[in-house]
Design a protein around this ligand. Structure first.
Ligand SMILES: *Cc1c(COP(=O)(O)O)cnc(C)c1O
Length: 399
């Protein structure tokens, strides 16, 4: 297990970030989850079932693949960690499988989840079906309209989809509703939170379930290329795929870790989801972290071409890594992501998710400065089939 993780502390803090900001009624459930999780991680039977499910159901290990033609264009050597090949199309299944197994251990027959674009909802519905759990997914009705296919996928997988008609009718509102549901049915329900966000122990637990990405990449890179990569790059919404890649390398200071946030229409436009540049600390959905808020502490509307990066709060561990200088953060705009989406598709025969395209965009922009011999591992967090309509719409508009 993740023995090298020195944080969070016992109360779930990453320095000044993290912790638990929840109604009294959830404290017991979070305590129970924390202790059951610790027990599970020291139980060989749990580790065995998790590993077997990740292998046979989800498709681990995922390949690490040199991308020769993309490398040529980027001006450095690019390796892709192919999380896009996992069942349901993204890294998210690593976490939902782990949490559904925990729900079974806790004797909870029902799981709930929030979803923005629908990817986490689909991954939760699939894992719930696999383990025979009842599943309810909350989704903003604006998101449900934009991602109709994912709504139907969840229903076919046996989940109930509850559309949320409040606020901006998107992810933030779906999380509010899921938390409300959990408060009322906490005895028989586990909340499968979808990123390294929310109250302790979620940021730690979700990170641990994704840590396998970096562990595999480390071994695969040593075997294929020798030694350690120079740079790791991943897109950052809440931050789960990035932390999953980074964590196994945190002890290696000479491996640069770059997280790429959604620059949207550019920082100056205000229409983006880049939390690091403003460095504004607040509390959202149970955790203290960097958030996009106005002068009165009201959460701001965010914008990104990719629904998975379009969220106002950053995972608390990323805020801590940034402050410590243990990872660095940058942005890619909608346009840069779109260009990178097309580049990878044409050069390597892989349609990346628009979220992932932000990480690829950073490599296209900065690769030349790294140099021809620099070895860069990009976390290819998901596949782009879900984004075809959006890409066509935007390309049609911009010519
Ligand atoms: C959900 C999603 C993300 C963003 O979530 P993180 O927690 O930041 O990883 C990134 N890429 C893909 C493909 C996703 O589905």
């Amino acid at each position: 297990m993740s023995g090298s993780a020195a944080w969070p502390d016992a109360t779930g803090h990453f320095g000044p970030y993290g912790g638990r900001f929840v109604p009294e009624t959830l404290v017991h459930a979070l305590d129970q989850l924390t202790s059951e999780y610790a027990r599970a991680r020291s139980d060989p039977a749990f580790e065995q079932e998790l590993a077997a499910t990740l292998r046979d159901f989800a498709g681990r290990p995922t390949p690490l693949q040199l991308a020769p033609r993309f490398s040529e264009q980027a001006g450095c050597r690019v390796f892709l960690k192919r999380e896009d090949l996992l069942h349901t199309g993204a890294h998210k299944i690593n976490n939902t499988v782990g949490q559904c197994l925990l729900a079974c251990r806790m004797g909870k027959p029902r799981v709930i989840a929030e979803t923005g674009a629908g990817q986490h909802g689909v991954a939760t519905a699939a894992a719930a079906a696999r383990f025979g759990l009842e599943c309810t997914v909350y989704m903003g009705c604006e998101d449900a309209r934009r991602q109709h296919l994912n709504v139907e996928r969840m229903k076919l997988l046996g989940a109930e989809v509850r559309e949320v008609d409040a606020g901006s009718r998107t992810l933030k509102d779906a999380i509010n509703e899921a938390l409300r549901d959990w408060v009322t049915r906490v005895r028989d329900t586990h909340y499968v939170l979808g990123s390294v966000l929310g109250p302790h122990p979620f940021p730690m637990m979700v990170r641990d379930f994704h840590r396998v990405i970096g562990e595999e990449a480390r071994t695969q890179f040593a075997a294929q290329a020798g030694g350690l990569p120079d740079v790791l790059v991943a897109c950052v919404g809440g931050g789960s795929n990035a932390i999953g890649l980074f964590h196994a390398f945190l002890g290696d200071a000479r491996v640069r870790k770059v997280g790429v946030e959604a620059g949207g229409l550019g920082l100056a436009s205000g229409k983006h989801a880049a939390r690091i540049p403003e460095h504004s600390v607040g509390v959202l959905h149970g955790t203290r972290t960097l958030v996009l808020q106005d002068d009165h502490g009201m959460i701001r509307e965010t914008h990104s071409i990719s629904a998975g990066l379009d969220y106002p709060a950053l995972g608390p561990e990323h805020a801590w890594l940034a402050d410590q200088g243990l990872a660095e953060y940058s942005i890619a705009t909608d346009q840069e992501a779109l260009d990178a989406f097309q580049a990878l598709s044409r050069l390597e025969g892989i349609l990346p998710a628009l979220e992932t395209a932000h990480a690829l965009a950073w490599v296209l922009r900065e690769g030349g400065k790294l140099g021809r011999d620099a070895r860069v591992v990009v976390n290819l967090s998901g596949r782009g089939d879900k984004d075809v309509n959006e890409v066509l719409r935007v390309l049609g508009k911009t010519g």
